[in-house]
Each structure stands twice: as C-alpha cells, then as structure tokens.
Design a binder for this molecule. Structure first.
Ligand code: CA
Length: 230
C-alpha cells in the first residue's frame, strides 16, 4: 500500500499508542511510536517525520520541552495531545509553535482528520494529489472522486468512504463490523444490513461504469475489493 507520509507518535499510554497507530496506518501513513521525550528526539532526527503526534504529559522530559527541542531542530508539524486540565500547557505548546492540539479523550477518526488537515493545509505538495490507481478505477481521496477512465463515477459521501476503505485493503476481506467501525465509527445507528445496502450500491455503480464486479461478497465473512488487469 502506498505511504502518504510518516508520523512519529510520542505517547506513554500503550492503549492510546495502539489506537493511534492503527488508525493512522489504515489511511496509509507510516507510523513509528515511542513513549518518552529523549527517544522522540532521537527518532525524529533519524526518520524526519512529516508530523509528530505529541502527548504533553510524558514521564521524564515533558511534552512542552520535547516540542521546543523539535522546533529548534526542524519545522516538523506537531499535533499535541493534552488532558482537559492542561490548558496552560496547551497555550505554551501553541506558543512554541505546535500546529494544533486535541484534548483527551479524543476520537481516533478526529485525530486522523486533524493530521490530514495539517499536512494538507500547510504542505499541499507533500500529501497530494494522492490517488489509488487500479486497472479499472482510480480513487482520489482528497477530492472524493472516483474515475473509470475519463468517466466520473457519482458516489455519495458514504458510498465513497465505503469504497475507499475496501480499496485501501484491496485483496483482503473486511467484515461488516470493520466497515461499520471505519466508515461510520461511533455515529452508526443501524444494523449490519445497512452495510450490505451501501456496498450493493457501490458495487452496482462500479459495475455500470467498468463492466467489472470489483467488490466481491465473501459469504459469512464480509466484502473484498479486487481489481486486477484482465
Ligand atoms: Ca501521558
């Protein structure tokens, strides 16, 4: 899968680290995690990430100091994670030059959206235009556009997200639960049949435009996107 950027995650809570890593990797970022300030500075020098997700409340060297040192050495983007009680830290962090902050507890989808927004806003040449190119369709996440040759396939926003999720995992099966979690997240108030309806609509639209069945049903498991040159 193509990588759209590299992210260094600095967070000492393993559960948060894991969620953040999973969500960022799922949209195509290369992710490295560390749990303290000195390691963060060392890895930042080594990997030159596009963005650092930085928890302010770290053992040893605190996040503000880490942010300040990162800033001395590079213009890497910094997204701070703060607790609700750390307002003074947040202000200090933004003064030092952090690009944005999220207050815990946060939704991982929100974090991904913020990361993408920072990278897109500040350095458009780095993140886009990125497209997922398959033999019969080309998917542009930034513009939410899907094309079959020159023809634009008209999808609703949810249909687009369903397709993008499947295409990002091309050749692999996603269960209905995985699709619900990744496309709708906590905003899902239906049952599994809703997923079948959306997938069915996307499949028909792709079939109409390409003459190919690009989304396969894997009985009893879920769905899989397969687009191979014939
Ligand atoms: Ca912490």
């Amino acid at each position: 899968m193509l990588t759209i950027g590299s992210i260094l995650v600095v967070e000492d809570e393993t559960s948060i680290q894991n969620v953040v890593r999973t969500y960022l990797q799922n949209v195509g970022f290369q992710v490295v995690c560390v749990d303290n300030g000195p390691d963060a500075l060392a890895r930042a020098r080594e990997m030159r990430p596009d963005l650092v997700v930085l928890d302010l409340n770290l053992p040893g060297m605190d996040g503000i100091e880490v942010a300040a040192r990162l800033r001395q050495e590079s213009d890497v983007y910094i997204l701070m994670l703060t607790a609700r009680s750390e307002e003074s830290d947040r202000v200090a962090g933004l003064r030092i030059g952090a690009d944005d902050y999220l207050t815990k507890p946060f939704s991982p989808r929100e974090l991904v959206a913020r990361v993408e927004a920072i990278l897109r806003r500040r350095r458009p040449d780095r993140l886009g235009p990125v497209s997922y190119d398959f033999p019969h369709v080309r998917i542009h996440p930034d513009s939410h556009e899907v094309r079959a040759g020159d023809e634009v396939i008209d999808l609703t926003s949810t249909e687009f997200n369903v397709l993008l999720e499947l295409a990002q995992h091309a050749g692999r099966v996603l269960t209905r639960e995985q699709l619900i979690d990744r496309v709708w997240g906590v905003n899902f108030f239906g049952n599994d049949r809703v997923v079948d309806v959306y997938v069915g609509q996307v499949r028909r639209k792709l079939e109409k435009a390409t003459g190919q069945t690009l989304i396969q049903t894997v009985r009893g498991v879920g769905y899989k996107f397969v687009d191979e040159a014939s």
